[in-house]
Design a protein around this ligand. Structure first.
Ligand code: GDG
Length: 482
């Protein structure tokens, strides 16, 4: 079988079972171990000058990492990726800025990384590229003569055409994305937005089998919703429930109900609105005073990007204001923890809580929602309040789905979740576990890679046919001349 080459902005060389591994890392690493292969990307280090990849082998997986210079990091990572694409793709044009030099840096880093990867490639490798940092990566590989099949998966939402067009080089980016052989999205909506852009701009058209003809190329576009391993999470949650930290939180709750939220500290996650909806619950239903607490875990990310510093201050202000308004000597309504916790411990905390409160303003999928459901005790499960703007809302039919811009609706949903009878919680939990098992993380990976392999086979058949036809025609011409 051909080797798999995974390319992502950050390479996470995780050992199996290591607690910090997230969805991408776990799913990708499994696939790499099966077929053998290479994981290529940024090491996370800032270096004086760009150098050849550092290659480390562990079993049949090779980790190939490169450092970024300060300028590369500022322009490609902090700049165009996280100050232009991330906000725009999450419908936050108000937070998005465009700077030509940053864009040039983004293109330059993609080109440099492509040239570095080329030195490691073998002819029958298949290449799977991840996320918004790498939109032009296939184009750069093609420019330097790489002909291997290349697929791309976008972990974040893809915006509707009107919003995509607010990124000044939108047409260049779309042309570049069409150089992949398969382009995958989290949801049908995201895929449709991509197809809509192509069709409305008159640059191509799609057919019913998911093929798209655009900018003179033929590619497969599809929705491949990322999953989790629900049974492994359920087991970890149960095992970690006996941990000291979990017990001490349980004791400190003294019969109070617990609402649990976990997100990277990011403006797309809707944390301020979430706090305000909880405040509204305390205002409209004073019976809950002293009987419910919200625990928000929000490890900081991208803390050197200015907008992220602002959201942190804003949130600290809101938590302080709400606690100041309602707290009692023995009750703090919001416990806001601005730090990272061990993964399995988080799953045990989910299991301890009565409500999972996951209300991003926009999210590609949101794995926390899926992890919350999987962590529950089926005999006495918690209820999930989930934003309609998370990709996960399509897949979790038992959630109480809310519009995160409607604080009243969110506070009503919280009250409903807190008071939900056991039979209803059990039925909703079962309704969600079934699709989680059916579309687990291996299904995500296998369906994407199977499409990439079949597109690759089809195009190599087509290439061979074209070659045979051309050779046939040349022979016929020669015969005619003779
Ligand atoms: C992007 C897309 C898409 C969180 N805090 C801690 C911690 N986490 C873990 C969670 C979860 C992961 O991080 C976060 O995943 P999400 O899916 O919720 O969100 P993003 O980070 O924005 O991920 C998203 C995802 O890619 C995958 O395609 O679903 O839409 O935005 O697994 O549990 N893990 C540990 N400590 C923490 O404090 N160990």
């Amino acid at each position: 079988m051909s080797r798999l080459i995974v390319v992502s902005n950050r390479v996470a060389p995780v050992q199996e079972g290591k607690p910090s591994a997230g969805g991408l890392a776990i799913g990708v690493l499994d696939a790499l171990k099966e077929t053998g292969g290479v994981w290529f990307g940024w090491s996370g280090e800032i270096v004086g000058e760009s150098a050849a990849p550092v290659v480390e082998k562990n079993g049949n997986v090779t980790y190939a990492t490169v450092g970024l210079t300060r300028r590369d990091y500022d322009q490609y990572y902090r700049g165009f990726s996280n100050a232009t694409l991330w906000p725009t793709f999450h419908y936050r044009n108000d937070l998005s800025r465009f700077d030509r030099e940053e864009y040039a840096g983004y293109m330059r880093v993609n080109a440099t990384l492509a040239a570095k990867l080329k030195t490691l490639l073998q002819p029958d490798d298949i290449i799977w590229v991840h996320d918004y940092h790498m939109l032009p990566f296939a184009q750069e590989l093609r420019k330097i003569g790489v002909t291997n099949p290349i697929g791309f998966f976008l972990h974040i939402p893809f915006p509707v055409p009107e919003v995509m067009r607010t990124v000044p080089p939108h047409e260049e980016l779309m042309t570049a994305m069409c150089q992949y052989d398969v382009v995958g999205f989290q949801t049908d909506n995201d895929k449709q937005s991509f197809v809509d852009y192509i069709e409305r701009s008159g640059r191509g058209h799609s057919s019913e089998d998911g093929m798209l003809q655009a900018f003179g190329r033929m590619l497969k576009v599809g929705a491949y919703p990322i999953g989790i391993y629900p049974d492994a999470i359920a087991k970890a949650a149960e095992q970690f429930s006996g941990r000291k930290q979990v017990k001490s939180l349980r004791d400190s709750m003294r019969g109070r109900k617990l609402i649990m939220s976990v997100d990277r500290l990011d403006y797309s996650k809707g944390l301020v609105e979430r706090f305000q909806a909880f405040e509204r619950l305390l205002l409209t239903a004073p019976g809950w005073h002293g009987r419910v607490s919200l625990v928000q875990i929000a490890p900081p990310t991208r803390s050197d990007v200015q907008t992220y510093q602002r959201i942190r201050q804003n949130l600290e202000g809101e938590a302080g204001r709400i606690n100041g308004r309602f707290a009692q000597l023995d009750w703090t309504p919001i416990q806001y923890l601005n730090r990272k916790y061990e993964r399995n411990l988080l799953m045990a905390l989910f299991r301890l809580s009565q409500v999972g409160y996951v209300t991003p303003l926009r999210d590609g999928m949101n794995l926390v929602a899926k992890e919350y459901v999987a962590s529950q005790d089926p005999a006495d499960p918690g209820a999930l309040v989930l934003s309609q703007f998370a990709g996960a809302a399509d897949q979790l039919p038992g959630a109480l789905v809310v519009n995160p811009f409607d604080l009243s609706q969110m506070s009503e949903a919280l009250e409903r979740a807190l008071s939900m009878p056991l039979a209803e919680r059990q039925a909703r939990h079962a309704d969600m576990m079934a699709p989680l098992r059916e579309n687990n993380l291996s299904v995500w990976r296998d369906s994407f890679l199977s499409d990439l392999r079949s597109v690759a086979t089809a195009s190599s058949v087509t290439a061979k046919t074209v070659k045979t036809v051309k050779q046939g025609a040349a022979t016929a011409k020669r015969a005619a001349r003779a």
